[in-house]
Design a protein around this ligand. Sequence first.
Ligand SMILES: [Zn+2]
Length: 110
Amino acid sequence: MGITEFLLARLAEEEAAAGRDGGDDDARRPRGWHDPARVRAECAAVRTVLGLHQRADDIWGFDGCLVCGNVADTTHGYPCPTVRVLAAVWDGHPDYRAEWAPGRGGHHVV
Ligand SMILES: [Zn+2]
């Protein structure tokens, strides 16, 4: 399982769990951090960020995320620093791989 698949699986779990927390029944709906609408919005945001930070390994010999590669010239390789940070939220999950930890691998600046 790659880091992208790992993240998409965790987001799907979060959304499924949010759907069980009272659904659209306003009286039973949790507020604040556990509000299903907030959880779904956060999952959508993370999914969008992940989409922006995909691996590009067939462009002019570059292998990495074009967004992070453009911001920090020394950043190449994948996962990029941004995706590493997103995945680290679930670093206790059995499928999380230690080599994905922020600050590890290649020439990442984070
Ligand atoms: Zn990136």
